[in-house]
Design a protein around this ligand. Structure first.
Ligand code: NAD
Ligand code: TYD
Length: 349
């Protein structure tokens, strides 16, 4: 009998990489991808898996209790890898309630369904979370698993809340769970509201590159495939009840990263050196903008022997090539609703 592994948010950026990895590597799992297909979910991301016999897709909103329970009655769920979320900080500032609904209420609905109908004596609930729950760092130091939670944005507050619910279900109901908190991901199939694909799209179209504030904020960037490999190892070998930080040990100041991107894009697009950087425009800072994120991933590295597989230069180049080679994907996701989102957030900023 195949084990039914439910992956939520599998049509999104990170979820699609996790689904592909699990479908290809684990023929003994039936991978059930549950996704509401919001603006961020895109079945184009998984076209190559449509005919795989260990892959099933179900369109379902995790805030819909009835629909979630029906799914759990249809499939005996062995384990869950929960990625479905509202994931963009700027949208959480404009519309925090969506974040509470999906990230908090939706997570609790899944926890409850798993507790009631899942194979809790054998499987586990894996909650995929973010380093943003820890708040912000100054110039020094890194987040460890024991850093107190101190979220600053509605997005990170909602993720922190969902982490707490997962822990509470473990303490109260002995629900088997594991949580990981990862730094910023980059790679193919990322929705162009996030820094890197947004800048790639704008450079391609010779549009202004909106850098928030002075571009001094610092993020740690991890290649999405390496996040998926960390999820794989934590899912299979992580100790129940534990949290693992995941990071790339790869800190970049936003402005330096955008300059690096401009240089590579000039070369790839055959533009004169310095051309794309002329598009850099400093815009009003994001409200409550966290200054710096940096991750100490030594627990994961030492305990589970995980490490990132690619150097940043290599992963970044691959990522840029993917967006340039997949023009139809980028055009598809930047038409329609994206245009009004972009105007609302960036026009007159
Ligand atoms: P994403 O926005 O690209 O994808 C989210 C997916 O969830 C989409 O497919 C969307 O359709 C689905 N979804 C949203 N609301 C839903 C609902 N109510 N019911 C069912 N499905 C719903 O997000 P991502 O960047 O791939 O992030 C995935 C997870 O990883 C999130 O939980 C996020 O908090 C976490 N995370 C992201 C990063 C990052 O850098 N992107 C870093 C660390 C952790
Ligand atoms: P983002 O990709 O939104 O990830 P997060 O806010 O979750 O870290 O942003 C990464 C960094 O880039 C963050 O410091 C905000 C900044 N940023 C810009 O300067 N301009 C932009 O248009 C965007 C989307 C982000």
């Amino acid at each position: 009998m195949k084990k039914n592994i439910l992956i939520t948010g599998g049509a999104g950026f990170i979820g699609s990489h996790v689904v592909r990895r699990f479908v290809n590597r684990y023929p003994d799992y039936q991978i059930i991808n549950l996704d509401a297909l919001t603006y961020a979910g895109n079945l184009e991301n998984l076209k190559d898996l449509e005919s795989a016999d260990n892959y099933t897709f179900r369109k379902c909103d995790i805030t819909d209790i009835g629909a979630v329970e029906s799914l759990f009655k249809e499939f005996k769920i062995h384990s869950i890898i929960h990625l479905a979320a509202e994931s963009h900080v700027d949208r959480s500032i404009t519309n925090p309630i969506d974040f509470v609904m999906t990230n908090v209420v939706g997570t609790v609905i899944l926890l409850n369904a798993f507790k009631q109908f899942g194979e809790v004596s054998e499987g586990r609930f894996y909650h995929v979370s973010t380093d943003e729950v820890y708040g912000t760092l100054g110039d020094d130091g890194k987040f460890t698993e024991s850093t107190p939670y101190d979220p600053n944005s509605p997005y990170s507050a909602s993720k922190a809340s969902s982490d707490h619910f997962v822990r509470a279900y473990h303490e109260t109901f002995k629900l088997p769970m594991v949580i990981s908190n990862c730094s910023n991901n980059y790679g193919s199939h990322q929705f162009p509201e996030k820094l890197i694909p947004l800048m790639i799209h704008n450079i391609k179209n010779s549009k202004p590159l909106p850098v928030y504030g002075k571009g001094d904020n610092i993020r740690d960037w991890l290649w999405v495939e390496d996040h998926a490999s960390a999820i794989d190892v934590i899912f299979h070998e992580g100790r129940l009840g534990e949290t693992y930080n995941i990071g790339g040990n790869n800190e970049w100041k936003n402005l330096d990263l955008v300059h690096k991107l401009c240089e590579i894009m000039d070369r790839k697009l055959g533009r004169p050196e310095g051309k794309s950087a002329e598009l850099i425009t400093f815009v009003t800072d994001r409200a409550g903008h966290d200054f710096r994120y940096a991750i100490d991933a030594s627990k994961l590295e030492n305990e589970l022997k995980w490490s990132p597989s690619v150097a940043f230069d290599q992963g970044f180049e691959k990522t840029i090539d993917w967006y340039l080679e997949n023009e139809a994907w980028l055009d598809g996701v930047t038409s329609g609703a994206y245009q009004s989102y972009y105007s609302q957030l960036y026009d007159h900023r």
